[in-house]
Design a protein around this ligand. Structure first.
Ligand code: KG4
Ligand code: ZN
Length: 335
C-alpha cells in the first residue's frame, strides 16, 4: 500500500473540534486543533447549532495556522471528513474544503471519520514505523465503540460494536453525575488516581459476548449510586470504580476477540485511547499473549485532521477523489 508522495491539506469538523493538518505521505507536517470543549461544557454536552457556529469562526484561522506551520507548501489535494457526524458541523469543513479545492485547482476527497481513527496508528509523527497488518482495532470514542478487522489500510470489516452507549459516553455521563464537566473522560482518569476501584460494585455489561459491548447499565448504576450515597459518596472511589468498569470490559473483550479471530496485532484508537489505564492495561495483556500492540500519540487519539489526512493520502494514491457534489452525511457505514 502506498501514500501520496506530496503535501495535502486535511480538515476535520465532525463534532466539537475544528482541525486542520498538512500531511506528506503518512508524515504529519503540521497539525492544529481548536477545541470547543469549553463552549459546550456549560451545557454538559455538544449543542449542534453552537458547534456549527464555532466551526465557522475557527475554520479559516485553523487552516491558515496549519499552512503557516508547514511552511506554506504547494498543496496537491484536500481531504475532509464528510461522514458520519453532526450535519451542520460537517458541512462547515466540507464547504471550506470545496472552496479551497476550487481556488487551488486541486482534487478533493471525502473521508469517513472512523477510517481516520483506524489509520491514526499509521501516522508518522516522531518517526514511528508502519504497524503490521492484518490487525484488530478497538475504536473507542465519544461516538464509537467498535472492533474492526483491518486487513490492510483501506480494507475493513466490522466484527463487533456497542449495542447502546459508546465507552466515551459512559465516561462522559459518569463524569457529569460526579460534577466533573464535559467532556469528562480525562477528569475521571485524574480523579481516579487517588481512588479505590474496588470500593463500589458497578456492572460489566455483556461479559459472555466477546465481540459486542453494552454500557447503558453502567450509566443507570452510576445514577443509582450517586442518589443512594448522596453526600457520603467518595468521588475519588466512584471515579476509580467507573473507570475500572469501563476499562476492564474493553480489555477483556479486545483480548477475547483477538483470540477468537487469531489476531497477532492489536490497535487501540479514538478519544478514549488517551486513557492511561486502558493504554497500559491493554499493552500489558498484549505483551503477555505475544500480540503486537499499537496506539497513537495522545494528540492523535481525540479528534484531529491529521488522521483524516492519512486516509486522504492513501485514497489519493489509490486514484480516488470526490466531486463537487460531496455531501456531509450524518450516518454512514465504513467504506
Ligand atoms: O475521538 P473523540 O475526540 O470524539 C469522537 O469521535 O467521539 O473522543 C472523545 C471522547 C470523549 O468521550 C472523552 O471523554 C474521551 O474521548 N476521552 C477520554 C480521555 N480523553 C478523552 N476518556 C477516558 N480517559 C481519557 N484520558
Ligand atoms: Zn472521533
Amino acid at each position: 500500500m502506498q501514500f501520496l508522495d506530496a503535501p495535502i491539506l486535511a480538515l476535520e469538523s465532525s463534532c466539537d473540534e475544528t482541525s486542520a493538518a498538512v500531511i506528506h505521505g503518512r508524515r504529519i507536517i503540521s497539525s492544529v486543533v481548536a477545541s470547543q470543549a469549553e463552549l459546550h461544557s456549560r451545557w454538559g454536552g455538544v449543542v449542534p447549532e453552537a458547534a456549527a457556529r464555532a466551526h465557522i469562526e475557527a475554520v479559516i484561522p485553523v487552516v491558515d495556522e496549519a499552512l503557516e506551520k508547514a511552511g506554506r507548501p504547494e498543496i496537491a489535494g484536500i481531504a475532509v471528513t464528510n461522514r458520519p457526524g453532526l450535519v451542520g458541523a460537517l458541512s462547515v469543513g466540507v464547504t471550506a474544503a470545496k472552496g479551497l479545492s476550487l481556488a487551488w485547482n486541486c482534487p478533493l476527497i471525502g473521508v469517513h471519520h472512523l477510517e481516520g481513527h483506524l489509520l491514526s496508528v499509521c501516522a508518522d509523527l516522531n518517526g514511528e514505523p508502519m504497524p503490521q497488518f492484518p490487525l484488530l482495532s478497538l475504536v473507542v470514542s465519544g461516538g464509537h465503540t467498535e472492533l474492526v478487522w483491518v486487513e490492510e489500510p483501506g480494507s475493513y470489516r466490522m466484527v463487533g460494536q456497542t449495542l447502546d452507549d459508546a465507552a466515551g459516553e459512559a465516561f462522559d455521563k459518569g463524569a457529569r453525575l460526579l460534577g466533573l464537566g464535559y467532556p469528562g473522560g480525562y477528569a475521571v482518569q485524574e480523579l481516579a488516581k487517588c481512588g479505590n476501584p474496588k470500593r463500589y460494585k458497578l456492572p460489566r455489561g455483556l461479559v459472555k459476548d466477546p465481540l459486542n459491548f453494552s454500557f447503558s447499565g453502567l450509566k443507570t448504576a452510576m445514577l443509582r449510586l450517586v442518589e443512594l450515597e448522596g453526600d457520603n459518596l467518595n468521588r475519588e472511589d466512584a471515579a476509580a470504580s467507573l473507570q475500572a468498569a469501563i476499562v476492564e470490559v474493553l480489555i477483556k473483550k479486545a483480548m477475547a476477540a483477538a483470540e477468537k479471530l487469531d489476531a497477532s496485532a492489536l490497535a487501540l484508537v479514538g478519544g478514549v485511547a488517551a486513557n492511561q489505564a486502558l493504554r497500559e492495561g491493554l499493552k500489558t495483556s498484549c505483551n503477555r499473549e505475544g500480540i503486537s500492540f499499537y496506539t497513537p500519540d495522545f494528540s492523535l487519539c481525540t479528534d484531529n485532521a491529521a488522521m483524516i489526512g492519512i486516509v486522504g493520502s492513501l485514497r489519493f494514491a489509490m486514484g480516488e477523489s470526490s466531486g463537487m457534489d460531496l455531501d456531509p452525511t450524518p450516518s454512514a457505514p465504513l467504506p
